[in-house]
Write a protein that binds this ligand. Structure first.
Ligand code: NAP
Length: 442
């Protein structure tokens, strides 16, 4: 019987995810060896503070503060430190020394992915990052491998658990954004500084990664249009609910053709993150709390949905270990380390190139002829109305009457919708435009 090879594994970082990865590597060594064809020997764990308390009890002699030396002398390097530096330099060092790298660092990949992928290709090593998008959910490998014989046309993802928790809380309790955020912080779903989550930056980094793999091109953070959820009010949520919708923060990557380019431009990919109304019967509408899900539309496969835990030390460690076993198999069997194809060469398009349906909420005077005047303005700007609903409000004290109008349009360009809203604001019967939100899945 041939001798089982041993591969040296360096772990950089031992926080929420790293500690669980170390635990599984040590506890499940035999099973991992059987699955990967090599013994995966954890040679060291690089941290800032060796004496810090860890979530898991681990042999003290494994810890070091010399990440560079550890990364240089390994067959497989797992980067779970986060941040840009020194993670970037350490990953490059590992690649240049011929090691395969597994990382969960979406911020680094969104900023500097193209350089790292190129270096990995040049060195013939595998750079894997399943944990970087939607935590435990196997989504990148299905896109890259299982769907490599198909053409993806659209990806819609709930890829940030914090914002999904906040929006779900607002939807189920009627809370305002600030109160739902405070609750998320109290329960540990949101950080003390929640900016990266609530402004959509974390989802934007993941959108760039999803778009790159789905459309075989390279997209970076600057290609992603990004709007967070801080302006979503309890009133928006209530109005959406009343009209049969739920509001979700979606990461969207979608193919734009010449025929449906809202600017009249050419083919390309629209990559964007923004609050979006979804019909309550859409599969993504059922994704509650801090869960994540990615909904894919492909030419031949049709619609697919991947659902699960998008964060957390142990769930995310599952994705890291999956990448590690796959990288170890590659090392044992040989073969190219190529992890992605970039043969698509399709450009990223500005958000104005995308066309979506819109929800427009209006507070109007309750007078005869108002509906017809508003419908006329939509028609004048080429925006056709799919649903228009009116609710009358009577103020008992003043006896004044006003009407709330909820309008859902067919697909329209951003420019046409913006011009429509501007023209409507100029009408003397309009008290206010209460919300303008994009709609998907109708
Ligand atoms: P974390 O809890 O903050 O842990 C970071 C670890 O890296 C700590 O052990 C820290 O050492 C070490 N570290 C940081 N800077 C270092 C440096 N300059 N030199 C040596 N060690 C250093 O992070 P995490 O939550 O585990 O996340 C790790 C990565 O996974 C991030 O890229 C994150 O985006 C990604 N990710 C996390 C989750 C999740 O649920 N947490 C989900 C998906 C992806 P000390 O312990 O000594 O401070």
């Amino acid at each position: 019987m041939s001798e089982v090879r041993t591969l040296k594994v360096a772990l950089l970082g031992c926080g929420n995810v790293g500690a669980q990865v170390a635990r599984i590597l040590l506890d499940d060594a035999d099973a991992l060896a059987a699955r990967s064809g090599a013994r995966l020997e954890l040679t060291g764990i690089a941290v800032r503070n060796i004496d810090a308390e860890r979530d898991v009890e681990l042999p003290r002699e494994l810890f070091t503060t010399d990440a560079d030396t550890l990364a240089k002398d390994a067959d497989l390097v797992i980067e779970l430190m986060g941040g840009i530096e020194p993670a970037r330099s350490l990953i490059l060092t590992a690649i240049q020394n011929g090691a395969c790298v597994v990382t969960g660092n979406k911020a680094l990949l969104a900023q500097d992915g193209p350089t790292l992928y190129e270096e990995a290709d040049k060195a013939g090593v595998q750079l894997s990052y399943e944990a970087a998008v939607a935590g435990a959910i196997p989504i990148l490998r299905p896109i890259r491998d299982s769907l490599s014989g198909d053409r993806i046309t659209r990806v819609l993802g709930i890829v940030n658990g914090t914002t999904n928790f906040i929006l779900d809380q607002m939807d189920s309790t009627g809370a305002q954004f600030a109160d739902a955020l405070a609750e998320a912080q109290r329960l540990g779903y949101a950080e003390a500084d929640p900016t990266a989550d609530v402004e959509g930056y974390d989802a934007a980094a993941k959108a760039a990664i999803l778009a790159s793999l789905s459309f075989h091109s390279r997209f970076a953070l600057e290609d992603v249009y990004c709007e967070g959820i801080t302006k979503v009010s309890a009133e928006d949520i209530a109005a959406a609910k009343d009209a049969g919708f739920v509001i979700k923060l979606l990461a969207i990557a979608e193919k734009i053709t010449k025929e449906n380019n809202g600017n009249g431009g050419g083919e390309g990919i629209s990559v964007r993150v923004h609050p979006t109304l979804l019909p309550r019967e859409h599969p993504l509408a059922a994704v509650r709390g801090a869960f994540n899900a990615v909904f894919i539309e492909a030419e031949n496969a049709g619609e697919l949905m991947f659902y699960g835990q998008g964060a957390g030390g142990t769930p995310t460690a599952s994705a890291v270990l999956g990448d590690l076993v796959s990288a170890a198999r590659r090392v044992v069997l040989g073969g190219p380390g190529r992890t992605e194809t970039t043969t698509g060469h399709v450009p990223a398009l500005p958000v104005s190139a995308s066309t979506t349906s819109y929800y427009v909420g209006l507070d109007v005077a309750d007078q005869p002829g108002v509906l017809a005047r508003i419908a006329h303005i939509f028609a004048e700007h080429g925006v056709s109305i799919e649903i228009m609903r009116q609710t009358i409000h009577r103020d008992a004290a003043s006896k004044n009457e006003s009407a709330e109008l909820k309008i859902v349009t067919h697909r329209a360009s951003e420019a046409a919708l913006a011009a429509t809203v501007e023209a409507i604001k100029g009408l003397d019967v309009i008290n206010s435009v209460t919300s303008v939100l994009r709609v998907e899945g109708v």
